[in-house]
Ligand binder design. Structure first.
Ligand SMILES: [Zn+2]
Length: 293
């Protein structure tokens, strides 16, 4: 096996071993249990590093914020290879990964690779969900038909390999719900980076979905989303960064990174009038329940 630098993404392949992520020793845990740390339930660490954040910076911020586990999203070909390699070589933080096909990539017809990759890795315990998949009519409305076709293909693949699905849905609520109703009965479902309204959230909850909140909920103008977050049941909530995008306040506008999930946790605890440790423990338990790790 060839040793490569984590910064040099282009050289990453299935046989390359990345330089370790090395967080410092954790000083404490937000959940009160010394062995249980916060989880970033959805991030794109490959893109965080591609955008210029150093590994030291990322790992120190993880440690400073008590984040011990991340779920790395493999939603295109390069990302899924990278995610799998990272999950199997990181020793000091726990990394799990997903395999999916981002709706924004639907038109590339690259989805066949992802479907094959799902089958090839179906016995890998670090491969914890199919995602992100779904529909995005905000940016890619002209590709609705192919998005729907790819979405359905991946839901069926998730059923075959007995994994949950992590969904990206943007300005596509009605079609998302109708595909879930037709295709995803009995498949654990997570609405990643939920940005909808309270009635939309309630519809997802009634179908048994988990709801994940990102840094968007901390933004001052996100009042409708905050109304939803206030009443999301404690046993259905997850938190995530979706790094490198959507850094929470007080880092809004900067490159987001997994350690910043702590800011979203603290904001939500205050918003909901809950103790941060209680909310952290619930989000961690829900993340483990959804991804089954
Ligand atoms: Zn994402």
């Amino acid at each position: 096996m060839e040793l490569v630098d984590i910064q040099d993404l282009k050289s990453w392949g299935s046989n390359a071993v990345p330089v370790q992520l090395r967080p410092r020793v954790h000083s404490g845990s937000p959940g009160g249990n010394p062995t249980e740390l916060l989880i970033d339930s959805h991030c794109h660490l490959d893109m965080v590093i591609e955008r210029g954040l150093g590994v030291e910076e990322v790992t120190n911020t993880l440690a400073d914020n008590g984040v011990g586990t991340i779920v790395e999203i493999g939603a295109d070909k390069a990302a899924m290879l990278w995610a799998r390699t990272l999950a199997h070589t990181s020793k000091l933080i726990d990394v799990y990964y997903t395999i999916g096909h981002h709706p924004g990539e639907a038109s590339t017809e690259d989805s066949a690779f992802g479907l094959k990759f799902i089958e090839e890795n179906k016995d890998d315990p670090r491969f914890v969900a199919v995602g992100e998949i779904g529909l995005d009519y905000h940016y890619y409305a002209d590709q609705a038909d192919i998005q729907k076709r790819v979405f359905i293909d991946f839901v069926r693949a998730a059923r075959r390999v007995n994994r949950g699905i992590a969904l990206h849905t943007r300005d596509a609520h009605a079609d998302t719900v109708s595909i879930l109703k037709a295709e995803a009965e009995g498949i654990p479902t997570l609405i990643h980076c939920f940005t909808g309204t309270k009635p939309e959230m309630e519809e997802f909850l009634a179908m048994g979905c988990y709801i994940s909140f990102s840094g968007i909920v901390t933004f001052k103008n996100a009042t409708a989303l905050q109304e939803a977050a206030k009443v999301c049941p404690l046993d259905r909530m997850l938190i995530e960064t979706d790094a490198p995008f959507l850094a929470p306040i007080p880092h809004r506008g900067k490159i987001n990174q997994p350690g910043y999930v702590k800011h979203t946790l603290d904001f939500l605890a205050k918003l909901r009038g809950e103790d941060a440790a209680t909310l952290a423990a619930a989000c961690t338990a829900n993340t483990r329940a959804f991804y089954r790790f």
